[in-house]
Write a protein that binds this ligand. Structure first.
Ligand code: NAD
Length: 251
């Protein structure tokens, strides 16, 4: 399918996991794609790698300018870069709260702010934010991370309202637990990685982790002209975790 031919996309956090799968799918569908990430050494053509920390406004502005130069404009912004945090509300120091909110929430503000003038000039402008099941379900040991993704959900709705009349759609995806290097690192640090993986599999009604490609497919749909009447929505990609209430197996 070549339905995104002529469109130009930027994916933050696009060097790994969900972002990389999204960048590859956008390119496969015909878009020209630039990846903004802390480390772009492994980013290969057809993707253009541009090093930037979404925590730094100067770097973000320079990177978005470089991306729009390379791509010849911008139609799609995927705000995907994010970091995790483990703990209850009692556990994370203020400095960590500031850092995670700075990357996960303000990171999206910075890239969007820099991208808006280019998106306003596009005939098919779309922003997709990577949010999380943690925005809508109470997960243990994720107070700070959940707060950051709750903010992303609200920010998505506010941005959708602010920019709909400029022809810019804004949506987000809420993945469940996705089998990416991030989750691999979490599993590696568990006392019993196999038991931890089994517990994460079991938490999702469809019985397994979500794949990065499944989240990418949802992001690319929301970014594509096929979703031209869809804005201000949340698309769950979580194996049913947010909405289903199953009885125990066999009952
Ligand atoms: P990942 O660690 O595999 O990839 C994240 C990428 O973001 C990395 O390439 C990293 O270098 C980049 N990044 C981190 N901080 C950055 C910064 N300051 N500036 C620029 N780039 C930065 O993680 P992933 O699992 O693919 O997660 C991607 C997004 O999906 C995150 O926003 C995360 O919160 C969200 N998410 C992940 C899961 C999951 O289970 N993996 C579930 C729900 C939501």
């Amino acid at each position: 399918m070549n339905d995104l031919k002529g469109l130009r996309a930027v994916v933050t956090g696009g060097a790994s996991g969900i972002g990389l799968a999204t960048a590859c799918l956008l390119a496969q569908r015909g878009a020209r794609v630039a990846v903004l990430d802390l480390d772009v050494d492994a980013v290969a053509p057809p993707l253009a790698g541009i090093r930037a920390d979404v925590g730094d406004d100067v770097q973000v502005r320079a990177a978005v300018a470089a991306a729009t130069d390379v791509l010849g404009g911008l139609d799609i912004l995927v705000n995907n870069a994010g970091i995790g945090a483990v703990g209850t509300v009692a556990d994370n120091p203020d400095e960590q709260w500031r850092h995670v909110l700075d990357i996960n929430v303000l990171g999206m503000v910075r890239t969007t702010r820099a991208a808006l003038p280019h998106l306003r000039a596009s005939a098919h402008a779309a922003i997709v934010n990577t949010c999380s099941i943690a925005a809508t379900a109470g997960l243990p040991q994720r107070a700070l991370y959940s707060a950051s993704k709750g903010a992303v959900l609200s920010l998505t709705m506010a941005m959708a309202a602010d920019h709909v009349r400029q022809g810019i759609r804004v949506n987000c995806v809420n993945p469940g637990t996705v089998d990416t290097p991030w989750v691999g690192r979490l599993l590696d640090s568990a006392a019993d990685p196999q038991a931890e993986r089994a517990a994460l599999n079991a938490r999702q009604p469809h019985g397994r982790l979500v794949s990065a490609q499944e989240v990418a497919a949802a992001i690319v749909y929301l970014a594509s002209p096929a979703a031209a009447s869809t804005t201000g929505t949340v698309l769950a990609v979580d194996g049913g975790m947010a909405g289903l209430r199953l009885r125990p197996a066999g009952n």
